[in-house]
Design a protein around this ligand. Structure first.
Ligand code: DGJ
Length: 545
């Protein structure tokens, strides 16, 4: 081989290797009408759980938990990285806490989403290092209207933003160095539940000055384009829909206007931090929201976070944030999750209530099946007692088996998730839900027929139906009675050709259990997925006249 050919060969090799590295970075990708997280060129469903806030700070504390989390069928753990631990002295980084989490996750075949607890965690600034917390002149605090400082750093401090972004970029550089080829770390949360408390905005001098600045034209264009019914647009219109002016001029000088202003500045801050990190290692990034209850005023809840009525502000000010993610601790899961599934926002629920909540499993099926979620994680997941039969473990085992089918069908209109809607006040709307999937229409009732309704927790019932062939479906869940008819009314009636209960083995091969018939299908009239245990049935329907 002559030298030119050798050199050319080497060049091609280098290009192939660098393309492979490039392709290996986890990223979001459109799949039909859905967006999926792609890891090592394959889509992945994050069956996740978030650790309690302090757990990951001690490798010893975590040691017994990793194997349990793996046994619980999680594939991803959400773990905090705290600014105070990684940068105890300015510009001196200590990656021990991060490396020990990565090592343990790898040893247990788990992936990670890392949560950057930087300037703010639940609005407060307790995770900032001492050298930040103690230097008020360099890192000013947010102030109350009477001038008192809060345990909240001011978002209007360029010094804070730069220090936070610097530390975050260092984290991303470290991850790039230790994990780019492995991809244990899939995604990053920027800060945690940002938002101002107990008032709608920061009253420091710097904030007051910005409050009188002109509203950025980008936001005004966005308001112009918003559809009628948007709370943000209505607020703007109520103040004359002016094209120019300060925040109070355009949105009023009350709490509602102050909240829009706060949202813009928190989002801009998150944008700076995320962009600094992405410039180094562009993993997908999100910001999580502490949701607001109806009727509460901004400041009673964290004002200005990525809340349903402020999504447009965040989307405009923070284009480097790939998605805005709701932490859902309220009962109205279906309604809240639906708001965050948008064309420009894949659904990811980092905190889907405290891990013991009985509605979590059905909510997970709904999120993946109906809303094409990329991931779902209950909070404080390591606190589960998995030595007892546990419905979450059951549900995740089933979701793990169904993951290939769910991923293949997200965004393809061949699948749906089912669970009763629950209102914010806890009222359960457990009337049957009807959906057409392929050639058949399914009606799912959440009231089981073998015990009195008042002895059933119908809000915890639910599941998924996935079309796998012309008349073939996977039906999974608990507490569902499923009836069916041809979608085309001229096609007569539908019956069960066959129904198997069973499971997929670790290679994805279906293994038949019982052939369900007779009393188990009410002589062909319905499918029953009993309450108490999540299961899968593989069925074929037919129609007759
Ligand atoms: C929401 C926060 O994001 C979590 O870090 C944790 O503090 C939970 N609340 C506790 O309920």
């Amino acid at each position: 081989m002559n030298t030119t050919v050798k050199r050319f060969g080497l060049l091609i090799l280098i290009m192939v290797i660098s393309l492979k590295i490039e392709a290996a970075i986890p990223h979001l990708e459109v799949h039909g009408s859905a967006v999926q997280l792609v890891v090592k060129d394959k889509p992945m469903l994050l069956l996740a759980g978030e650790l309690g806030n302090s757990s990951a700070s001690s490798a010893n504390y975590m040691a017994p938990h990793w194997a349990r989390l793996q046994r619980m069928h999680l594939n991803t753990v959400l773990a905090p990285v705290s600014w105070e631990l990684v940068e105890p002295e300015e510009d001196h980084f200590d990656w021990q806490s991060v490396d020990s989490i990565i090592k343990a996750a790898r040893a247990h075949d788990l992936k990670l989403v890392l949560l950057w607890f930087g300037a703010w965690k639940n609005s407060m600034s307790t995770y900032a290092p001492s050298w930040v917390k103690r230097d008020e002149s360099r890192f000013p605090r947010a102030q109350l209207p009477d001038g008192r400082g809060e345990d909240i750093l001011s978002a209007f401090s360029p010094a804070l933003r730069d220090a936070d972004a610097h530390a975050f970029a260092a984290l991303m550089m470290h991850l790039k160095q230790v994990d780019q080829n492995d991809n244990t770390v899939l995604m990053i949360q920027v800060e945690n539940e940002m938002g101002m408390l107990p008032v709608a905005r920061d009253y420091s001098e710097a904030a007051a000055q910005r409050f009188n600045d002109s509203v950025p034209p980008l936001l005004i264009h966005k308001l112009d384009a918003l559809s009628a019914g948007s709370r943000l647009r209505e607020l703007w219109q109520a103040h004359g829909a002016k094209q120019q002016g300060s925040w109070p001029t355009l949105f009023g000088d009350g709490d509602a206007g102050a909240e829009v202003f706060t949202a813009w500045y928190y989002a801009s801050y998150a944008e700076s931090v995320a962009a600094a990190g992405k410039a180094v290692y562009p993993l997908p990034m999100y910001v999580n929201a502490a949701l607001n209850r109806t009727g509460k005023a901004p400041g009673e809840y964290p004002s200005g976070g990525p809340l349903p009525h402020l999504l447009e502000v965040w989307k405009t000010a923070a284009p480097s944030i790939d998605l805005l993610a709701p932490d859902i601790y309220f009962p109205n899961f279906v309604d809240l999750a639906t708001v965050y599934k948008r064309k420009d926002n894949a659904l990811f629920i980092p905190e889907a209530n405290h891990v013991g909540n009985p509605q979590i499993p059905a909510n997970a099926f709904y999120a993946f099946g109906k809303l094409d979620a990329i991931g779902f994680g209950p909070f404080s997941v390591e606190s589960v007692d998995d030595s007892q039969p546990n419905v979450l473990v059951d549900a995740y085992a089933v979701l793990e088996q169904l993951s290939p089918a769910i991923l293949a069908n997200q965004g393809m209109q061949r699948m749906s998730g089912f669970k009763p809607r629950v209102l914010e006040n806890g009222t359960v709307i457990d009337t049957p839900v009807t959906e057409t999937i392929g050639a058949y229409t399914f009606t799912v009732s959440f009231v089981d027929n073998q015990s009195p309704k008042d002895q059933q927790d119908t809000a915890s019932h639910g599941g998924i139906i996935i079309q796998t062939g012309a008349e073939d479906y996977l039906v999974a869940g608990q507490g569902m009675i499923v009836t069916f008819s041809p979608a085309d009314a001229t096609q007569g009636s539908a019956g069960i050709d066959y129904a198997w209960e069973g499971a997929f083995d670790t290679h994805g091969h279906w293994m038949n259990g019982r052939r369900l018939n007779g009393d188990q299908t009410h002589q062909g009239r319905h499918l029953r997925l009993a309450p108490g245990k999540f299961q899968i049935q593989k069925i074929r329907l037919y129609h007759y006249y």
